[in-house]
Design a protein around this ligand. Structure first.
Ligand code: GDP
Length: 466
């Protein structure tokens, strides 16, 4: 006689549901991706032991049993170097892990108990397969190029090279001014000018602190380093002359050669990233280093805003968006996190959160995340400071204790974080100095200290761990 057991049927259904999540972590270079992913893996591996995960309901309820690493399914993608990262953090003296520079992946099996229900009083043991993918946010900055022609791209970039930023492009602008768009292309000359263009982007990033760059692969070429597909650059508008005549130029002219390479880059670099990787992500966290941009001044802060607005276009899933039409992505939950919250005293954390929300307000409003729930938070993946209070003139003041990158122990108040987008007045009386700290010494085998990694995990995975 067939059994009629709706409870078992419910459990079976539950098990046959997708118990697998692909969670992607991105952010612009130095936003804190490597630190975040290292901490995430570390917290889950220490779950049920010494990890502090009270804001994660599954852990708070004592249902999170732990996590194990497993061979990742896609063997063509480099493995996220978790062991090397941990070795650096546990070294004497401790050091930050070397940042990853391309895409990398790691698979975790998370063991947990399901929520107790009337049938299973203690809940049954289950496994969630978590694929973690780390990739540079710079790659998302290329999305708008898909709808541009080479000429439109040149025009758009011309408007970017202004103010202080232009200083970093002087070398490139000088070299490119010798290039005649109509002359027959000289491979070597194009390669040299491309290298100069890439150098200008790198120095804008590393010396100037600017984050908006295009093409994103020029900054983090990964396996494409030195490949001819990266040998193109924008021509300044004043050099292009009459736009109507450009299409008449011979196929072997500099202009036509650059335009062809631009199209080739779109087809063979931008498209495949979205097709092979992006459209397979289920969840995404975008990390933003707002504090470094605040430190660097108004120009860099505005540039970060522009970069974030561009980057966020990749999460615009309106049915008419370019992304939806081309790639049909399926991200169903998004988190946006201001990183390195341990650089400021705890009473500033609310302001940091308001600031990142203000920074994101426009993309969030414009893009109308109709079906993608978004949450913003502030966190420190690996807390490098301790909160203290100091007494001065009979008053108690918040302070941070930490070790600077040069090895000096300090007790300091780094300053106030504005709760809104800073205005001219703010920049004039800017009185803060968020400095970089070394990680705190770490006993081997201990969970890494953090701030609100558990909130991030709860938002990104909580519903899958019921
Ligand atoms: P990535 O380029 O996005 O992978 O950035 P990383 O994770 O390598 O972080 C860049 C740098 O930011 C690190 O070397 C640290 O100096 C700093 N950093 C990252 N996360 C934290 C954090 O949680 N706290 C502190 N104090 N510094 C951090």
């Amino acid at each position: 006689m067939p059994l009629s057991l709706p409870g078992y049927a419910g459990d079976w259904l539950e098990r046959s549901l997708d118990r697998q999540v692909r969670l992607a972590v991105t952010g612009l270079s130095r936003a804190g991706k490597t630190a975040f992913l290292t901490s995430l893996v570390n917290q889950l591996r220490h779950a049920g032991l010494d990890a502090r995960l009270d804001m994660m309901s599954c852990a708070r309820e004592g249902r999170l049993l732990g996590a194990q690493r497993q061979t990742q399914p896609d063997l063509s993608v480099p493995r996220f170097p978790y062991d090397q990262a941990l070795t650096a953090l546990e070294g004497t003296p401790p050091d930050w892990p070397s940042p990853t520079r391309g895409i990398s992946e790691l698979r975790l099996l998370i063991r947990y108990k399901s929520r107790a229900n009337s049938r299973h009083f203690l809940g049954e043991q289950r496994t969630l397969t978590l694929d973690l993918i780390d990739y540079p946010g710079e790659w998302l900055l290329d999305l708008p190029m898909l709808r541009q022609s080479y000429q439109q791209w040149c025009e758009a970039l011309g408007t970017q090279l202004v103010g202080r930023r232009r200083r970093f492009a002087e070398g490139f602008l000088q070299r490119v001014s010798d290039l005649d768009p109509a002359a027959t292309a000289d491979e070597q000359q194009l390669a040299d000018i491309s290298a100069e263009y890439a150098r200008s982007l790198n120095s804008a990033r590393n010396e100037g602190g600017y984050t908006w760059v295009q093409p994103g692969r020029f900054l983090l070429p990964g396996e494409l380093d030195g490949a001819p597909v990266l040998q193109f650059f924008p021509l300044p508008m004043e050099q292009l002359g009459d736009p109507a005549q450009l299409s008449e130029l011979p196929a072997d002219s500099n202009y036509q050669t650059l335009a062809r390479r631009f199209e080739h880059y779109k087809r063979t670099v931008i498209g495949p990233f979205y097709r092979q990787h992006f459209r397979r992500f289920d969840r995404q966290i975008v990390l933003v280093d707002v504090l470094s941009a605040l430190n660097a001044g108004p120009d860099v802060f505005d540039d970060l805003r522009h970069a974030i607005a561009t980057l966020m276009q990749s999460f615009d899933y309106g049915s008419r968006s370019l992304l939806s039409r081309l790639f049909n992505p399926r991200i169903d939950r998004l988190a946006i996190a201001a990183t390195k919250a341990d650089h400021v005293t705890p009473e500033q954390h609310d302001n940091l959160l308001s600031l990142v929300q203000a920074l994101m307000a426009e993309p969030l409003r414009d893009l109308r995340y109709a079906d993608v729930p978004v949450r913003s938070l502030s966190l420190a993946a690996i807390r490098a400071t301790q909160a203290r209070t100091v007494e001065q003139d009979g008053k108690r003041h918040p302070a941070l204790k930490g070790t600077t990158e040069s090895g000096e122990e300090v007790l300091m108040f780094p300053g106030e974080v504005p709760s809104r987008l800073p205005d001219a007045d703010f920049w004039q009386r800017q009185g803060f100095d968020f400095m970089a700290f070394k990680p705190m010494p770490q006993s081997s085998g201990e969970a890494l200290p953090h701030i609100r990694m558990d909130s991030a995990l709860d938002w990104l995975l909580g519903d899958k761990l019921r």
